[in-house]
Ligand binder design. Structure first.
Ligand code: SF4
Length: 426
């Protein structure tokens, strides 16, 4: 099979894998993730591509092609590369691919499961490294997310992934962004080697605990196969200096949960998220609303509302960046987050309406509890009030605060601010 056709097959379902933030998935005002998902043309295949389109684009890229040269953005798009937002906010063109779509496991939700009948493809490590290197040198892809189906056991598959990125780093001198997946059952020395090669490492836990995982992926073992490699990575980060391996820093660690595929509630998901963030210092937990895949045991299971995924992201950011604890989350009686309001708003309605936050005296932690005030806004308020007295809501607006959202929960100089219609606010 031709290289480009293989790449098309391997990237075809990678939209299901939220590896990095994509600008296509950024929340949209008025109807957050539901709207973003609806706008996302890559819901199934990040490239939105056919093998034919890929072949044409790759021909053009590697041989000059016979077509009128498409512009660079069109090439990137047609090669299965999506825009990803890095932790610092920088956007890069990221190729998300598998080394092989062959898999011996039978996870109930997964398009690559062993018993599913579809055309599979496999790259050898040097092939994958070479094709990505060509794309990188041509300016088509700036970063790589590399995962794989499990073929010949998790340890052997991880060896193949490590071989691929070793060739990329050492033989092909690739210095760019690299997110590497760790397979179920990855061994400790493989974790350490992966840490020396990647900028980000991940293991998909898929479910928040053993019981739920059994309903999604009965062949996977929650602690021994999935959580342990993450724990090893964290322990190694703590015990070994990266400089010893010629690195400036260790890679970040992330994981992913499927949401709504195993009857789990939000309290279960956020309890595990909270523990992982605090204990293993995970950089990020990704949530992926369940979407049934034909020819799988869960094909008749209802898809999950993407708004639930969005609320879980908001709650996880509140716990990671805003000082909220799990107990602060406004769970309903069914242990879910409300869908009609964001969790910070729901918390403020219960806790701040009769105990407003005084903008002139509040600590940063208190400011961060107010809807409409984020870390940048809180820092701007603290700096500004040292220099001059803040007088009204317009002053807050100038500092970048969403002042109309904050107004019901704050005092400015002892007085509840008058709310202005947004129409006249600027
Ligand atoms: S091990 Fe991974 S690729 Fe294989 S079926 Fe399970 S989730 Fe899919």
């Amino acid at each position: 099979m031709e290289t480009v056709s293989k790449l098309a097959l391997l990237t075809d379902q990678m939209g299901l894998e939220p590896a990095e933030d994509s600008d296509l998935k950024r929340p949209v005002a008025g109807g957050p993730a539901r709207e973003a998902r609806a706008l996302n043309p890559h819901a199934k295949a990040p490239c939105g591509n056919t093998p034919h389109a890929l072949r044409q684009a790759m021909d053009t890229l590697t041989h000059g092609g016979g077509d009128p040269a498409p512009d660079l953005e069109a090439k990137k798009h047609s090669l299965g590369v999506s825009q990803a937002i890095m932790p610092g906010g920088r956007k890069i063109a990221l190729l998300k691919t598998l080394l092989t779509s062959a898999c011996e496991r039978d996870c109930f939700y997964c398009p690559f499961r062993a018993r599913r009948n579809f055309r599979r493809a496999t790259f050898k490590p040097h092939e994958m490294a070479t094709v990505f290197s060509q794309m990188h040198r041509a300016g088509v892809a700036e970063g790589l997310f590399l995962s794989s189906g499990v073929a010949g056991g998790g340890v052997r598959t991880q060896d193949q992934l490590i071989d691929t990125v070793t060739i990329l780093r050492e033989r092909l001198a690739y210095r760019g962004y690299l997110h590497l997946k760790m397979m179920p059952g990855t061994e400790r020395d493989q974790v350490l080697r992966s840490m020396q090669l990647a900028d980000r490492l991940s293991v998909n836990l898929e479910a928040p605990n053993t019981e739920r995982l059994r309903l999604l992926a009965p062949g996977k073992i929650f602690f021994d196969e999935l959580l342990r490699p993450l724990k090893w990575a964290h322990e190694l980060r703590q015990s070994l200096a990266p400089e010893r391996f010629g690195l400036r820093r260790w890679p970040s660690l992330v994981t992913q949960f499927v949401v709504g595929g195993a009857g789990e509630d939000d309290l279960e998901i956020l309890s595990t998220t909270h523990a992982l963030t605090r204990q293993l210092k995970l950089g990020r937990v990704y949530f992926s609303a369940f979407s049934p895949v034909p020819d799988t045991p869960l094909e008749n299971h209802a898809p999950e509302d993407p708004l639930r995924e969005h609320r879980l992201y908001q709650a996880s950011f509140l716990m990671r960046d805003y000082g909220f604890e799990l107990e602060d989350m406004p769970f309903t009686q069914s242990r879910r987050l409300p869908l009609d309001r964001d969790p910070k708003q729901a918390w403020a309605e219960e806790n701040l309406v009769d105990a407003r936050v005084e903008i002139h005296r509040a600590e940063t932690a208190e400011l961060l509890r107010v809807p409409g005030i984020g870390p940048k806004g809180a820092a701007a308020i603290v700096t500004a009030r040292r220099q001059a007295r803040l007088r009204d809501i317009a002053d807050l607006r100038r500092l970048g605060v969403l002042a109309d959202r904050a107004a019901p929960y704050i005092l400015i100089g002892g007085r509840a601010p008058a709310r202005q219609l947004a129409l006249f606010a600027h």
